[in-house]
Design a protein around this ligand. Structure first.
Ligand code: FNR
Length: 387
């Protein structure tokens, strides 16, 4: 309602409500390399496109003449009630997008009461980001989770998880789709690897374990630090047994992110995870992979009692509703909020999420539903055009 009232008063929004226009406006504010890093996918970016195609294949079938004057967007995720079914996805090295980076995202998250997930490869430390989130919350800060790229260095994993617990993070997201980094042609062409920048990677380069395992400090010997980081960044030998060890090493609930099959989802739950994020990393890892939305129904079918989140390609309210209809409890937002950050910092993140919130609320009501809980597979059909 506020969005329309502002429109009636002749106020044009600073942050375009259209995702495509938002992306173009943000692009103007970003360096070409940073834009390439955010927008890019693996290989020919077939999966990044397929993520959007998958949304087009599933069509909403509204029911009308229901009383939709009162609507509720709340949902439950890992035992926490959320006001809206959105979580801000983990996105690394946000300092390349905007100087406020993860601290701006944390402030927006608190003021909106929408949880965020802090990436392992963030440009502010776990503790700094937590402090910003607490300082800008009116009452209790919303849930915040820490995303772990499991390292081959177990002491480093334990140290990061311990720091997250101490700093009040309420969950851990273990990303399993990155045992190796995908073939990202834009970044290779641009010789752009922001996640190897010692200044940009606060969590690694400030962790006592990481520092302790080097002869010299990163300032004294940045190259050695970077080489060491490449050696330990990701555990290519990661298995469900490794995951079980990670689950045991923290008191926080663990959600496994980046899987696309019911078999992997069950393996994650058997290893002690409390939920999963169906995701193909926004098409940045396996080029040619299935659209994430197409993978969701079978995973949701297999995990009836656990938390199922979804990301990869959510751009508008209708997309979020489709994912909820196909079994997600909430969706993670990725590139949309990153472009909001690029365009207008903390305010930009806030505006993007507010627009999506207004959009999903209207679309929910227009489909004849009054609550997110009520949204099920009866809301969508696969388009006959694609059969
Ligand atoms: C990501 N993503 C990601 N995931 C993760 O677990 N840890 C990370 O550090 C990052 N970093 C990252 C950087 C950038 C620039 C992007 C675009 C994405 C993946 C992210 O959490 C999410 O899965 C995708 O962004 C979802 O796809 P869409 O909706 O952005 O297309």
């Amino acid at each position: 309602r506020d969005v329309y009232i502002a429109g009636a008063a002749g106020e044009t929004p600073d942050v375009p409500p259209s995702y495509e226009k938002l992306r173009e406006a943000a692009r103007e504010e970003m360096t070409d390399k940073a834009y390439g890093y955010v927008e890019g996918g693996a290989g020919e970016e077939d999966t990044a496109r397929e993520n959007r195609e998958a949304f087009r294949r599933w069509r909403i079938v509204p029911n009308l003449m229901n009383d939709v004057s009162e609507r509720a967007l709340s949902t439950t995720v890992l035992g926490d009630e959320l006001d809206v079914p959105f979580v801000l996805a983990p996105v690394g090295v946000l300092s390349i997008v905007h100087e406020g980076a993860e601290t701006a995202v944390a402030r927006a998250s608190s003021s909106l009461d929408v949880p965020f997930v802090l990436s392992t490869v963030s440009s502010h430390t776990i503790e700094e980001v937590a402090e910003e989130a607490n300082d800008s919350a009116e009452g209790d800060a919303p849930p915040r989770w820490f995303q772990l790229y499991p390292s081959t260095d177990e002491a480093l994993n334990r140290s990061l998880l311990h720091r997250a617990e101490e700093a009040g993070y309420t969950g851990v997201v273990v990303t399993v789709d990155t045992p190796l980094l995908g073939w990202r042609e834009r970044d290779i062409e641009n010789a752009y690897l922001p996640f190897l920048d010692a200044e940009g990677l606060a969590n690694y380069f400030n962790d006592p374990v990481f520092r302790g395992s080097l002869d010299d400090t990163p300032e004294e010997n940045e190259f050695a630090a970077i080489r060491h980081f490449i050696d330990i960044f990701s555990d290519a030998s990661f298995t469900p047994e490794t995951l079980a060890g990670t689950v045991d090493s923290t008191d926080l609930p663990v959600v496994v992110k980046g899987l696309l099959t019911p078999e992997d989802a069950i393996a994650a739950i058997d290893a002690g995870a409390e939920g999963v994020v169906v995701s193909n990393h926004g098409g940045r890892q396996v080029d040619g992979a299935t659209g994430a939305l197409d993978a969701l129904p079978r995973v949701a079918e297999a995990l009836k009692d656990e938390t199922v989140l979804f990301d990869s390609g959510v751009r508008r309210g209708a997309d979020a509703l489709k994912a909820l209809a196909l079994g997600a409890d909430a969706v993670m937002l990725g590139r949309p909020y990153v472009y909001g950050l690029g365009l207008a910092g903390e305010d930009g993140v806030r505006e993007v999420v507010k627009n999506l919130r207004a959009d999903i609320d209207l679309t929910l009501g227009l489909t004849g539903r009054t609550s997110v809980e009520e949204v099920d597979s009866s809301l969508v059909r696969e388009s006959p055009r694609y059969r």
